[in-house]
Design a binder for this molecule. Structure first.
Ligand SMILES: Nc1nc2c(ncn2[C@@H]2O[C@H](COP(=O)(O)OP(=O)(O)O)[C@@H](O)[C@H]2O)c(=O)[nH]1
Ligand SMILES: [Mg+2]
Length: 252
């Protein structure tokens, strides 16, 4: 089973992407089976019907009620429970009878990425799935270069933390107003600072140093712009994922 795990900061569009991309896979590859897994224990409602839903095992809402915790404390607790019950989670996901699987992750990325949960899960899932990740960069007009650099760095850090290839995607292209953010993002991933206007000053020098540091990672720098809302450019997303699954491509 080929699987794409969907990463990104809160509100970057992971859930929207999971819904629309799995639907695109279903139509594109019929009669192959396209499935979804929800690994966000805190989500209240989903725009897709998951074939596996972690909320059957652990739900933030129930923890808040049962243990008297606030939303953040309950989310942390939920992540701990997920690690404790990893065998059940991985067992259920691995036994799904699907050809393609899209895995939605917790709204708040730090729960997944900066605690043991994400690493343990990716390690375990890799034993039964062909696993690759997509990272949704969340760009809205008005964001600064710092935001693009931070997002690109996050994608790279996730790759190191999780041990899976992370494909950067720039989401919400439908609300850009003729901006060429993808070009800046690609330059950042490539460590190419020529022509990047960081605005001057010490902070910007440090930013450019960070951009250079990113180039020491040898991983995909082709950035696909998408709209999870409108389902734009999904063939390109699939092609990039396929290159990872068969490890035969050159994504640079
Ligand atoms: N305009 C636009 N909005 C989007 C897109 N993808 C997601 N959103 C919106 O961004 C918000 C957060 O999306 P969601 O999928 O819940 O993000 P998650 O927290 O990463 O799962 C919602 O209001 C979505 O409708 C997109 O491609 N274009
Ligand atoms: Mg979500």
């Amino acid at each position: 089973m080929d699987a794409a795990i969907v990463l990104g900061t809160a509100g970057s569009g992971k859930t929207t992407f999971t819904a629309s991309y799995s639907e695109w896979l279903r139509r594109r590859f019929m009669p192959l089976r396209s499935c979804t897994a929800n690994l966000d224990p805190g989500v209240l409602s989903l725009p897709y019907r998951p074939d596996y839903d972690v909320r059957e095992l652990v739900s933030v809402e129930e923890i808040m009620r049962g243990e008297g915790l606030g939303p953040n404390g309950a989310l942390v607790r939920a992540a701990e429970i997920m690690v404790d019950r990893m065998d059940e989670i991985v067992g259920s996901i691995c036994s799904l009878n699907c050809d393609h699987l899209v895995i939605d992750t917790p709204g708040q990325m730090e729960i997944f990425a900066f605690r043991p949960l994400g690493r343990v899960l990716c390690e375990r899932l890799s034993s039964c799935l062909n696993l690759a990740a997509v990272f949704l960069g969340d760009y809205e007009p008005g964001r600064e270069l710092e935001d693009v650099v931070t997002s690109a760095l996050l994608a790279k850090i996730l790759e190191l933390k999780l041990g899976v290839t992370v494909i950067p995607l720039l989401n919400k292209v439908d609300i850009w107003r003729g901006e060429t953010v993808d070009e800046i993002w690609e330059k950042v991933l490539r460590g190419d600072v020529s022509g990047i206007d960081a605005g001057g000053g010490t902070l910007s020098d440090a930013l450019l140093e960070l951009v250079r540091a990113i180039s020491s990672f040898k991983s995909p720098v082709r950035v696909v712009t998408i709209s999870a809302k409108e389902g734009t450019n999904y063939q390109e997303v699939f092609d990039l994922l396929s290159e990872v699954w068969c490890s035969c491509g050159d994504m640079t």
